[in-house]
Design a protein around this ligand. Structure first.
Ligand SMILES: O=C(O)CCC(=O)C(=O)O
Ligand SMILES: [Fe+2]
Length: 328
């Protein structure tokens, strides 16, 4: 295990975040993820063709180029690639539950090694998680823009989960599959802001389809202290649940790809109790670890049905109503 230095641990506590390089390996991890996601595009293309729709054949395109073409054609939804469900969904809402994501992202041993040093050895993979593949913003029509495809507004991750997790130690993990730069839409943080309280998140006035993000009003933000965090391909940002952060628009000509994940100690409330998380590492009880990607997929399929049947599907991800005094 690569040991974090005292300086790194101190930075995580002081600033609320820590960048660690060399987490994803281009050959071991990224190539396999690209192959798995290319197969998703092949499947989606077949489905579209069977419905009589034209779509990019993909023969001479990389995964990222083909993704962009298919998204901009308007026939592919980002949701077919995402590794979580949106606020409102049906029994047949697609999501991606493939073994490369399970083994190379959620159970990535280098991610878990860092988490172990920050949270201890009993680690639960909290199922609030996303893939964000962001084409150049100028190509994305305004009505298609949302935080999974374009810029992300200011928020604290604790603000999108239930109060049951207020005392839980939840760490967010932002993984750069492509290099993240200021130009292509890297994460931006306000160092030290995690030491403050959770502040109100309010509707940002724009509709974003099924993703209607609520964001922190300017009066609670010390934007002068904000710091963009450009990081190389394969690097990762670990950050605390009350750290204020956003992501810039992709002003470049290339596609920017990241995953974001959450972990908390086993047994602590995860903030969306109806989601299927799992034990990613346990030194005390190794048999409790979920190591089977097929079981992980089955857990999501069952949870999706259960959530539709019990009416959880449709719950907004925010805990503040638009008429909350903080939103005035
Ligand atoms: O990458 C983004 O657009 C935002 C990511 C984010 O908010 C997170 O990782 O919690
Ligand atoms: Fe976030």
């Amino acid at each position: 295990m690569n040991r974090l230095t005292q300086d790194q641990l101190q930075q995580f506590n002081q600033d609320g975040y820590l960048v660690v390089e060399g987490i994803l390996d281009p050959e071991e991890d990224i190539k396999i993820l690209e192959e798995e996601y290319s197969a998703v595009l092949d499947r989606e293309a077949k489905r579209l063709q069977s419905e009589g729709k034209q779509t990019a054949s993909g023969d001479s395109m990389s995964f990222l180029e083909r993704f962009t073409c298919m998204i901009l054609e308007g026939n592919l939804t980002h949701q077919a690639l995402d590794i979580c469900l949106p606020p409102k969904f049906e029994e047949d809402t697609p999501m991606h539950m493939g073994p490369a994501v399970f083994n190379h992202i959620l159970r990535n041993p280098r991610i878990l090694d860092v988490i172990e040093q920050l949270l201890g050895p009993e680690i639960y993979s909290n199922a609030v998680q996303h893939i964000r593949v962001k084409p150049p913003q100028r190509t994305v029509p305004v009505e298609m823009q949302n935080p999974l495809l374009s810029a992300t507004g200011w928020h604290q991750d604790l603000g999108v989960i239930d109060p049951e997790a207020d005392k839980s130690e939840v760490i967010s993990v932002w993984v750069a599959v492509t290099e993240a730069t200021v130009e292509n839409g890297c994460l931006v943080v306000i160092p030290g802001s995690h030491k403050g309280e959770l502040v109100p998140h309010c509707p940002d006035g724009e509709k974003h389809g099924n993703h209607q993000p609520s964001t922190i009003p300017d009066k609670f933000l010390d934007k002068g202290k904000s710091r963009p965090l450009p990081i190389p391909q394969g690097a990762t940002i670990f950050f605390q649940k009350t750290l204020m952060h956003s992501a810039l628009a992709n002003e470049s000509d290339t596609v920017r790809w990241s995953f974001d994940l959450r972990y908390n100690p086993v047994g602590q409330p995860n903030g969306r109790s109806w989601y299927p998380g799992f034990v990613a590492r346990s030194r005390e009880n190794p048999d409790s670890e979920l190591r089977d990607a097929i079981k992980w997929k089955e857990m999501w399929v069952q949870a999706r049905s259960r959530m539709v049947q019990t009416g959880v599907a449709g719950r907004p991800f925010t805990r503040w109503s638009p008429d909350h005094p903080g939103c005035a």
